[in-house]
Ligand binder design. Structure first.
Ligand code: NAP
Length: 241
């Protein structure tokens, strides 16, 4: 099912996105990856050394329409189609509400929400023409419940993503496009200026857990739509919605 499909993955420089890229590449998916730092080219080199063939890598900002459009156009020109979009790029910003600046508010919304919108907007004409596509967004468990203390900004962005993805599904399913959201709890990555592999994260979800969920969703049979997956480490106590 996945072999030879073409996927664009955002935020693949490190963390969850990098592992999604590795797992999809190992299944024969032809990849275009993007990230806003030079590290995106390290991911490209690593995957190519693992023998999964050449991949396209772009140093691009998901918040910028011209950069996103360029990535999608270049991918379509290189591979002739776009089957899968993985919206994964995102940042964490956790401050008490009075301490959040307007600049931080705008920047976080531009990356976490506008980035999803821009990538979807750019791939839809291609997927509609194909009458086939799978759009998966790595959102967060805080899209389903609010967190106390310092959570207003980040939580707001993920609630917005939840609404966007839900409406999007209803808008595009008649065009053969599946739309799914993965809402993880605590994952061991570099998120919010932390380090992957820190001792305190030993029992958290691993990047591979999320990547496997993405592979499951993307490889579902064509007639099957998986709306949402919620994943948590067993040790995480969270309010059930
Ligand atoms: P991470 O290790 O910090 O990785 C974030 C990725 O996003 C990096 O590859 C980063 O690459 C990229 N990125 C950031 N800003 C970007 C921009 N403007 N344009 C393009 N790429 C950008 O964090 P992560 O945990 O893997 O996060 C991935 C997703 O999972 C996020 O949407 C996050 O909200 C979500 N999530 C994480 C957790 C968790 O506990 N870790 C839990 C729930 C949900 P560059 O630095 O190269 O830009």
């Amino acid at each position: 099912m996945l072999n030879d499909q073409v996927a664009i993955i955002t935020g693949a420089s490190r963390g969850i996105g990098k592992e999604i890229a590795k797992q999809l590449a190992s299944k024969g998916v032809r990849l275009a990856i993007l990230g806003s730092s030079e590290d995106i080219f390290k991911t490209k080199d690593e995957i190519e050394k693992e023998g999964s063939g050449n991949i396209l890598a772009f140093r691009s900002d998901v918040a910028k329409e011209n950069e996103v459009d360029h990535v999608v156009e270049a991918t379509k020109n290189a591979y002739g189609r776009v089957d899968i979009l993985i919206n994964n790029a995102g940042i964490g910003m956790f401050k008490k509400v009075e301490d959040v600046t307007v600049e931080e508010w705008k920047n976080t919304f531009e990356i976490n929400v506008q980035g999803v919108f821009l990538c979807v907007k750019a791939v839809l004409p291609i997927m509609k023409k194909q009458q086939f596509g799978t759009i998966i967004t790595v959102s967060s468990d805080v899209a389903r419940y609010t967190i106390a203390d310092k959570g207003t900004l980040y939580t707001s962005t993920k609630y917005a993503v939840q609404g966007f993805m839900g409406s999007l599904l209803q808008e595009v399913r008649k065009d053969g496009i599946r739309v799914g959201t993965i809402n993880p709890g605590m994952v061991d990555t570099y998120f919010a200026d932390t380090k992957q592999g820190e001792e305190k994260k030993a029992d958290w979800l691993k990047v591979g857990d999320i990547a496997e969920a993405v592979v499951y969703m993307a490889s579902a049979p064509k007639h099957m739509q998986i709306d949402e997956l919620h994943l948590h480490p067993l040790i995480q106590n969270y309010p059930r919605p």
